[in-house]
Design a protein around this ligand. Structure first.
Ligand code: SIN
Length: 543
């Protein structure tokens, strides 16, 4: 079946839905999403949105903190533009109905309550308790459901983009590097059918790729779909070696890496080893509020030295009522797993959290491929450099959703009434139903374990080489499987995590220095002479 829309949005987090709502004022929009519309990374974001509201803060300070975290690789024009757009973007959300926490100022007026996180020199995190993403997602979802011009396709999995130059046999692409996107192939999970979505403009907002790693704070949907699809279609991707590990996920076999927000450290929590000693002052003068790369590496080092399975996060010195009120979600979840954080330290470990690299885009979120945009965690805008500053991600998504929608509307207006090329239907002639789904499950597990063991917080040339060989073998197996059997959602995701794993390793092998989130024992120093530049990969031109 063929669907036809003005705009096709793949992914339904803050980036996708905000873009969809803005684009819907100018045309029809399809939002394709793998699970329910609110099953996104946005929904799980606890901390908040970083922006300058305090009288003792300034754009210059926020810009400096972003550059310091990014360790030399942030693009200054992008940082400046995003930071300065922040307050208006947040006011836009408030106008839509998002309820952030407020407090009384000295004169009795209300103002936004601002919290603090690692790497920020001032309080500048706008938040809704410890469930900021959920509140933003709630409002955007309600608005999208009420919007006549938006059609939501839940439980639909995008398989591949359709471009002018695509040779049609199961998504084999002839990359010309001067291509245009005309839609995507999408698998309906309920029926197993693959539909063609033709669109004037396509947006990738599929979030990150935490599921490439065995331990992650990300939801199950985070399989790097947008990055893998864009790369296959011929777009440049960049800086994938910079995988951010969040320092504090709850350590519990059943917690599935439940995140304990950095805001907890922002409100005074301290990291302790198993003997109760605070250790962060050995690593950074900012102690527990150092940037995430520093804190995650320190924890990794402490765990390796002691042989312990975890370290501990202690906020028990603060008033229990304050802790319960400020972090109701985190306190509740910890209690569920037998830890009362108002009384005792809770066990924590680092886990893969955020992909700082992604699909290369310009200041409007436009990729190398005509009429294809990428925003949110899927994109590499230049804001994060080698390490993202906490709570800059929701900010980036808000700002780019606005800019990309404005430019996409112009793209649409420039299109002829009748499309020059209609996407051909998906061809899976010759493929049969798999009777060996175990192969998919096994490869999933192997990729995630291999990436955790060899491409984690601390890398070496040898570990990367070992990982590269293993992932290559698995990719060959997946390729064969892909050609012989009909697509399933698991196979689509497996193909994508294997592609992203491969790209992360290639970027990491390329960068022969340590910078930001990329730390390797073989090249432990930062080398500005050779490596003060992005790592860019592009699928080779093929005929
Ligand atoms: C957190 O609450 O610690 C996560 C926020 C972020 O990733 O920016």
């Amino acid at each position: 079946m063929e669907h036809r829309f003005d705009f096709l949005v793949i992914g339904s987090g803050v980036a996708g839905l905000l873009f969809a709502l803005k684009a819907a004022e100018h045309g029809t929009v399809a939002v394709v999403t793998k699970k329910g519309v609110a099953d996104t990374s946005t929904s799980q974001a606890q901390g908040g949105v970083a922006s300058v509201f305090s009288s003792v803060d300034s754009f210059d300070l926020h810009i400096k903190d972003t550059h310091d975290a990014g360790d030399g690789l942030c693009h200054h024009d992008v940082v400046e533009m995003v930071v300065k757009s922040g307050p208006d973007s947040i006011r836009g959300l408030i106008e839509m109905g998002v309820q952030f926490n407020l407090r009384q100022d000295g004169t009795g007026d209300t103002e936004l309550d601002l919290t603090r996180e690692g790497g920020h020199s001032e309080r500048r995190i706008v938040h809704a308790q410890d469930l900021t993403g959920k509140e933003i997602q709630r409002v955007l979802t309600e608005n999208a459901r009420a919007c006549q011009n938006i059609a939501l396709f839940e439980n639909h999995v995008a398989i591949d983009l359709v471009t002018y130059s695509m040779r049609m046999k199961r998504g084999v692409v002839v990359t010309t590097h001067e291509d245009t996107c005309i839609g995507a192939y999408v698998l309906d999970k309920a029926t197993g059918r693959i539909h063609t979505f033709a669109a004037g403009v396509t947006l990738l907002s599929t979030g990150g790729a935490g599921k490439v790693y065995l331990y992650t704070s990300n939801p199950d949907i985070a399989t790097g779909d947008g990055i893998a699809m864009a790369y296959r279609a011929g777009a440049r991707v960049a800086n994938l070696e910079f995988v951010q590990f969040h320092p504090t996920c709850l350590f519990h076999p059943e917690a599935k890496n439940f995140l304990i927000s950095e805001a907890v450290r922002g409100e005074g929590a301290v990291l302790l080893d198993s003997r109760g000693n605070a250790f962060m002052e050995k690593y950074d003068p900012r102690k527990d509020l150092a940037c995430r790369d520093v804190v995650a590496r320190a924890i990794d080092n402490e765990m390796k030295k002691s042989g312990d399975d975890c370290v501990y996060l202690d906020i028990s010195h603060r008033d229990p009522d304050f802790v319960r009120e400020r972090f109701p979600n985190i306190c509740g979840r910890c209690l569920q797993y037998g830890h009362d954080m108002t009384k005792r330290p809770v066990p924590v470990v680092p886990a893969a959290h955020y992909m700082c690299g992604g699909v290369v885009v310009d200041m409007d979120g436009h990729t190398d491929i005509g009429r294809l945009y990428a925003i949110g965690e899927t994109a590499c805008t230049g804001l994060h450099g080698a390490n993202r500053l906490a709570s800059n991600s929701l900010l980036e998504a808000l700002v780019y959703a606005d800019r990309a929608s404005r430019r996409a509307v112009q793209d649409l207006a420039a299109l002829p009434a009748e499309p020059a090329l209609v996407p051909p239907a998906w061809d899976d002639s010759g493929a049969s139903d798999s009777d060996e789904a175990i192969v998919v499950a096994h490869n999933w597990e192997e990729i995630r374990r291999c990436m955790w063991n060899y491409v984690g917080i601390v890398r070496t040339d040898k570990r990367l080489e070992r990982a590269a060989k293993r992932i290559e073998n698995i990719q060959n197996e997946i390729w064969e499987y892909y050609w012989n059997f009909r697509m399933t959602p698991d196979l689509v995701e497996l193909r994508n995590i294997s592609s992203v794993a491969h790209l992360i390793i290639r970027c990491a092998q390329h960068r022969k220095e340590s910078r930001g989130l990329h730390y390797t024992l073989d090249h432990p120093a930062r080398d500005d002479k050779r490596w003060l530049k992005d790592t860019i990969l592009r699928r080779p031109f093929t005929r």
